[in-house]
Design a binder for this molecule. Structure first.
Ligand SMILES: C[S@@+](CC[C@H](N)C(=O)[O-])C[C@H]1O[C@@H](n2cnc3c(N)ncnc32)[C@H](O)[C@@H]1O
Length: 259
């Protein structure tokens, strides 16, 4: 198979095919959070690192006012085209989630699948949480999902997904190429095997994710007193099931409330 070295996020169409179908559980979970954890009536939503807008446009169609930000112009373009196709305003914009300002505060924000770990340093992570605190109205929520690095059990090292739509099929793989605990990063290989009637090729990329043990995450959140932890859940997306974070915990979704 032909190998192309490129950035996967420059291929929103393939990204969205693989991850876009998996939205319902997150969508319902987020709505449950809006009902249970904030006294606000949630109308305005914001997603930092919104990517293709796979969740954002669904919320837009459900009547919420939505906006998103992403570093990658191709993702933003894809997201805005999609919003437009659904008669929604093209409200995604290019920006860096470690340092941004919103013109209008939102009632709730979400960032569900590890995008936060793209922020490479403590300064960027803090900058992000402070930007989020400034962007969210008092009592509003920031729902933040990520994989912690467990210290009591070996972390998960590989994942794969496949999806097909019409003549296009994509197989996605993620694998940990290096885990540096001391310097707190994971080098993660990522590939898309793309199958179309006329060609087949593999796009290979590598990205760095910052790592967080449970105490490192606790320390980070404690440094931003504008947020309190309203609840902690996991990727089972069930608000009835709260999680107690231990040294073996991997998937976590922090429901942060703006105080
Ligand atoms: C795993 S994708 C998630 C997209 C979307 N949130 C979703 O749930 O499908 C990660 C996204 O984070 C974006 N990203 C990475 N670093 C960023 C930064 N500093 N500011 C804004 N977006 C960033 C990437 O461009 C990419 O679109």
């Amino acid at each position: 198979m032909e190998i192309r070295h490129a950035h996967l996020y420059d291929y929103p169409k393939y990204y969205d095919l693989v991850y876009g179908s998996d939205w319902k559980a997150e969508f319902d979970f987020l709505e449950d959070c809006f009902e249970q954890y904030t006294p606000r009536v949630v109308r305005r939503l914001f997603e930092p690192a919104c990517g293709t807008g796979r969740l954002l446009y669904r919320f837009g169609k459900a009547g919420y006012e939505v906006a998103g930000l992403d570093l990658n112009p191709q993702m933003v373009d894809f997201c805005n085209q999609r919003l437009k196709r659904h008669q929604l305003s093209e409200s995604a914009f290019v920006g860096d989630m470690s340092d941004f300002r919103l013109k209008k505060k939102c009632d709730a924000a979400f960032n569900t699948i590890n995008s936060f770990r793209h922020l490479a340093t403590q300064e960027q992570a803090l900058g992000h949480l402070r930007s989020m605190a400034a962007a969210i109205a008092k009592g509003g929520l920031y729902v933040l999902g990520l994989h912690l690095t467990p210290t009591a059990v070996p972390p998960m090292e590989e994942e794969s997904w496949a999806a097909r739509r019409g003549n296009l099929a994509v197989l996605s793989r993620l694998w940990v190429a290096e885990h540096n605990r001391r310097r707190r990063y994971e080098r993660v290989g990522m590939s898309f095997d793309v199958y179309t009637p006329s060609e087949q090729f593999r796009i290979v990329d590598e990205t760095k994710f910052r790592t967080y043990t449970a105490p490192q995450m606790r320390e980070l959140l404690a440094a931003v007193p504008e947020f309190e932890i309203a609840a902690i859940h996991d990727f089972s997306y069930d608000t009835a099931a709260e999680v107690i974070v231990t040294a073996a915990t991997e998937d976590v979704i922090y429901v942060l409330r703006r105080v």
